[in-house]
Design a protein around this ligand. Structure first.
Ligand code: IVH
Length: 669
């Protein structure tokens, strides 16, 4: 295929994929199978990689993600991001209607929609192409999360070929469907991470992720609910959203027009019952005056429009007796107070326990064992206590005193500055912390030791066979065979699993140590920068912050971890056990040639076979120079997926060759 043919095919594929995306995500009427779709997308991604000169920020390939952003730029909204007045009662809803009727003396209608419980987003389009997607923030300024929003398939990157305004903003709510939420939480629990409390938190956490390829896998969705722009050619809100659907946006199927409060109330009641059947969370209904002209007449108060209101459903709540408060210790030593309740039926399940979060909340609620408390279940999995029925409080009920010592090991608890939770600092002597660290060490993304899950860790701990991660490598088959629920075969399998973990690469060993704030990505960055355990362990805080993406908090945590005598002993034992303490050959780059001497390179975007850092290292070890921005002196721009469009444009302008990963590899071969 020559360049021209490639360009033609790229265009074709983009157009086809856009159409299929729309049919699948907006109309829910796909015309090809997922398999065929993936095939076309793969072909496009491959061609775009071979010919980075045809980069287009609006290509459907952008949905795959892969762009890594250090922090999100702050962007001022063109239209302030207002919120809505809230009410929980029919009386107040009628008052809202009454206020409007005082000003408007002609007949008018309302548009009613579901109130999606997610994260608000404003997406700006210019000439039919997504320009930016910005979170609400403080209402005036939000975070530019465009790279992540581009991975949401129901938000078009390029609009369909119909008449749309040249420039406009559309706002909506990004949500995580319930099914996806449960799946992600199950994965998090398996990996030893905290589950998200509800789909809204999961959505907001996902949108702030720095690696958009992870966002792409989270299957977020988005319903649009408002259009903003100068001279929009519509008379009503309803009509504008209908049109938006034709341009490619997903808008709710459940929007209706109502002629008065009676119909509005019917809609509200219908969805209060029906909401359990929706595949996502809603927390109420939004009632809006439909006519734009009438909206303009009514105008705004300082905070919200006079022409709209949110009717919120009361979270289901119940009253029950608080029997006692107990305290749980997590793997990091964080203490969680838990309310033990007289079992009560709430939203279809029997609730026995509820979270009390931390000491401040207990004090604020003044909740005491023996009280009658209100328990609520919103979108959350763990119900929470929202208040105390003081009228039912028996006299002389003693005030709750938050524990001073760890309930597991007795150590005096500490509370770090700026943090809400108390911690048990006895990291190496407190059972749940020890077991939690061992579980993390053995987990799939860390040392991946088959057969060493939660229950086995518990069993080995109870039998005093392990007290820290280094003890794992001293285990003998004979010790294991005699244990309850073990047997010869499982014992042999476990020993085999442990032995295999000696091949796990250095960056994962570093992650497995469970250093606070050192997740998978940070561990990898440290490994790439320092190359072996000795160098990470001996690095000062300043040296640590010199590594890519390592800030002061992480540096301090890593530094302190390696200053601890007990940690030093454990690491020495792990070395003797034969764990991998140096970066793999594939990631290390010895000085090899002067092939690129005198040339300077800008490396931009995400690549198929190497990370950006790896390509930069290859340039260095072959005698070339890395520079950060394209100028007349630049010799080549090595462009991957999601490479900055301005860089490509600048390179084209200055006639600097734009090369792909493959072309670069050919140069250094
Ligand atoms: S209209 C100026 N419609 O609820 C009014 N908001 O305080 C613009 N929300 O966080 C908002 N579903 O993101 C509107 N169908 C809907 C909505 C909706 C959810 C959210 C919105 C904001 C809050 C309103």
């Amino acid at each position: 295929m020559n360049r021209e043919q490639a360009e033609k095919r790229i265009r074709e594929l983009r157009q086809q994929l856009d159409e299929h995306n729309y049919r699948y995500y907006v109309l829910s009427a796909p015309s090809i199978s997922d398999y065929e779709f993936d095939h076309l997308l793969e072909e496009l991604v491959k061609l775009e990689k071979e010919y980075p000169g045809f980069y287009d920020p609006a290509s459907p390939s952008q949905r795959v993600g892969g762009f890594v952003s250090k922090e999100f730029a702050q962007v001022k909204h063109d239209y302030p991001f207002l919120s809505l007045g809230n009410t929980y009662s029919e009386t107040e809803l009628n008052e809202f209607d009454g206020r409007i009727r005082k000003i408007i003396d002609v007949a008018f209608e309302y548009a009613c929609e579901l109130k999606y419980d997610g994260v608000a987003i404003g997406v700006v389009y210019h000439k039919g192409v997504m320009q930016k997607a910005v979170t609400r923030g403080d209402g005036l300024v939000g975070d530019d999360v465009t790279v992540n929003v581009k991975t949401i398939k129901s938000i078009p990157i390029k609009l369909r070929e119909t008449a749309y305004p040249e420039h406009f903003e559309i706002r909506g709510e990004i949500i995580m469907p319930e099914k996806v939420f449960h799946k992600i939480n199950a994965e998090r629990i398996e990996a030893g991470e905290e589950p998200f409390a509800n789909p809204r938190n999961a959505t907001s956490g996902t949108l702030k992720m720095q690696d958009s390829s992870v966002v792409a896998k989270r299957n977020l969705d988005c319903f649009m609910y408002a259009l903003y722009g100068e001279d929009l050619p519509f008379k009503t809100h309803y009509e504008s959203l209908r049109k938006a659907r034709e341009w490619g946006f997903k808008v709710s199927d459940h929007m209706v027009k109502c002629s008065g409060m009676k119909e509005v109330m019917e809609y509200i009641n219908e969805w209060e019952k029906g909401r359990d059947k929706l595949p996502f969370d809603i927390d109420g209904v939004v009632v809006k005056v439909n006519s734009y002209e009438t909206q303009r007449e009514l105008g705004f108060t300082a905070k919200s429009p006079r022409w709209a209101i949110a009717y919120k459903y009361k979270p289901e709540s119940a009253a029950t007796r608080l029997l006692s408060i107990s305290y749980q210790v997590g793997r990091t030593g964080a203490i969680t107070p838990v309310a033990n309740l007289d079992p009560v039926l709430l939203a279809g399940t029997v609730v026995k326990r509820a979270s009390l979060h931390n000491a401040d909340i207990i004090e604020k609620l003044d909740v005491r064992a023996g009280d009658t408390v209100f328990v609520e279940k919103g979108g959350e999995i763990i119900p929470k206590i929202t208040g105390v029925d003081l009228s039912k409080r028996p006299s002389h009920l003693p005030v709750t005193r938050y524990i001073l010592n760890c309930p597991e090991c007795g150590t005096v608890l500490v509370r770090r500055e700026g943090e809400a939770s108390h911690y048990c600092p006895n990291e190496q002597g407190c059972a749940p912390q020890i077991k939690g660290k061992i579980e993390h060490f053995a987990s799939r993304k860390a040392m991946n030791i088959e057969g060493l899950g939660k229950e086995t860790v518990e069993l080995l701990y109870e039998n005093r066979l392990i007290r820290n991660i280094a003890d794992i490598y001293d285990l003998k088959a004979e010790q294991l065979e005699s244990l309850e629920r073990m047997g010869k075969k499982s014992a042999a399998n476990l020993i085999e699993g442990i032995s295999l973990s000696r091949q796990v690469p250095f960056e994962r060993v570093l992650y497995a140590l469970g250093i606070r704030y050192t997740g998978e990505t940070v561990a990898k960055k440290l490994a790439l920068h320092f190359k072996n355990m000795e160098s990470v362990a001996s690095a000062g805080q300043e040296e640590l912050t010199a590594a890519e993406e390592i800030g002061e908090t992480i540096a301090a945590s890593v530094f302190n971890f390696f200053r601890d005598k007990k940690n030093q002993e454990i690491i020495e034992r792990l070395r003797k056990a034969g764990l991998c303490f140096t970066l793999g050959k594939d990631l290390i780059s010895p000085k090899i040639s002067t092939k690129l001497a005198g040339l300077s390179f800008v490396v931009s975007g995400v690549f198929d076979h190497h990370s950006r850092d790896e390509i930069k290292r290859m340039i260095e070890v072959n005698g070339g120079k890395n520079v950060s921005s394209v100028s007349a002196k630049t010799s080549y721009l090595v462009a991957g997926e999601d490479s900055g469009p301005s860089k490509i444009e600048k390179a084209k302008e200055l006639k600097i060759p734009v090369i792909s990963e493959q072309e670069f590899m050919d140069m250094v071969k």
